[in-house]
Design a protein. Structure first.
Length: 117
């Protein structure tokens, strides 16, 4: 067994939900997922401007690569009058979002649920 067998790699899945682009981030959203996140950003930026739903329910880790993706996407969509809606972050991802100020349009757990374990 190798380390790659143990650690989940980040995956990015596209779909449409209620006519809105939806991006599901799955597994570890870290530096190894950067190329997939960049591809997702380029596809979303090239499409017609609209709100975008980013689902973090399947993210087992959410690091700087994920934050960079959200910041770039939010900046791009904001310039067109649209928004990123972040849904389903697990406790660890919600804490990272909260600590870094990424609380715009996010379904975050109650503040007491974000305390360190």
């Amino acid at each position: 067994m190798t380390i790659q067998d143990v650690l989940p790699t980040g995956q990015v899945r596209f779909s449409r939900s209620h006519d809105l682009p939806r991006v599901d981030l799955l597994g570890d959203i870290d530096r190894a997922a950067t190329a997939r996140l960049e591809q997702a950003y380029l596809e979303l930026a090239a499409g017609a401007p609209s709100h975008v739903v980013v689902d973090l329910a399947g993210a087992t880790f959410f690091g700087c690569a994920g934050l960079t993706f959200l910041a770039r996407l939010n900046l791009h969509l904001g310039s067109t009058g649209h928004r990123v809606r972040i849904v389903g972050p697990r406790r660890a991802a919600a804490r990272v979002l909260s600590l870094t100020g990424f609380t715009w349009d996010v379904d975050l757990p109650a503040a007491t649920d974000l305390a360190p374990v």
